[in-house]
Design a protein. Structure first.
Length: 158
C-alpha cells in the first residue's frame, strides 16, 4: 500500500491580476465620458440673486452666458474693483458684445442661430447701469432673447 503524505499548510493561489488593467481603463474611460468640464473660468465674483418665480431653461445647449461682476481678488490689482464684463474667458468692453454675439451665432447650425438665449449672470451687488448698457448692446446685435440667472428660494429675505 502506498503511504499518504500530508504536505504542511497549503497556500492559497495568488489572485489573478491579468484583468486589472482592463478594469482600470474601463473606469478611466467611464469618468472621461461622463465628467463635464467647466467651459469658462470665472474671473468675476458671481453670486446670483435669489428669486421665487423662476423657470428652467429648456435647452442648455442654446444658451450663451455673459458674466458681470467685480474681478476676483487675484485680478483686482490689474483690473480694479469696478464691475467688469466677462465674455467666455476674457474681460471685454460693451463694444465687444456685438462681435461676441456674431461669433456665438456662427458656432451654431443655421437653424439654431435665432434660438440662442443670452443669459446674464450678474453678481447681486452689481449696479444696474452696466447691465442696462449690456442689454442695449445686445439689442443692437439683434439678440433679443435675454434671461437673468438666479438661484431659487422659497421666500425673499431683504
Amino acid at each position: 500500500m502506498s503511504k499518504f503524505r500530508k504536505k504542511g499548510k497549503k497556500s492559497q493561489p495568488a489572485v489573478n491580476t491579468a484583468s486589472l488593467p482592463d478594469i482600470v481603463f474601463m473606469l478611466l474611460f467611464f469618468f472621461m465620458v461622463t465628467t463635464k468640464m467647466r467651459e469658462t473660468t470665472l474671473k468675476v465674483i458671481n453670486v446670483t440673486p435669489k428669486a421665487t418665480e423662476i423657470e428652467k431653461l429648456e435647452k442648455k445647449s442654446l444658451v450663451s452666458y455673459i458674466y458681470i461682476g467685480k474681478p476676483i481678488k487675484a485680478l483686482q490689482g490689474a483690473f480694479g474693483t469696478a464691475p467688469r464684463i466677462q465674455l467666455n474667458d476674457a474681460f471685454k468692453t460693451k463694444e465687444d458684445i456685438f462681435q461676441f454675439v456674431e461669433m456665438e451665432r456662427n458656432k451654431r447650425v443655421e437653424v439654431e442661430r435665432n434660438l440662442v438665449t443670452w443669459s446674464l449672470k450678474v453678481d447681486q451687488k452689481t449696479k444696474m447701469g452696466i447691465v442696462t448698457e449690456v442689454k442695449q448692446e445686445l439689442r443692437k446685435a439683434n439678440a433679443l432673447k435675454i434671461n437673468y440667472s438666479s438661484k431659487k428660494t422659497d421666500k425673499i429675505v431683504n
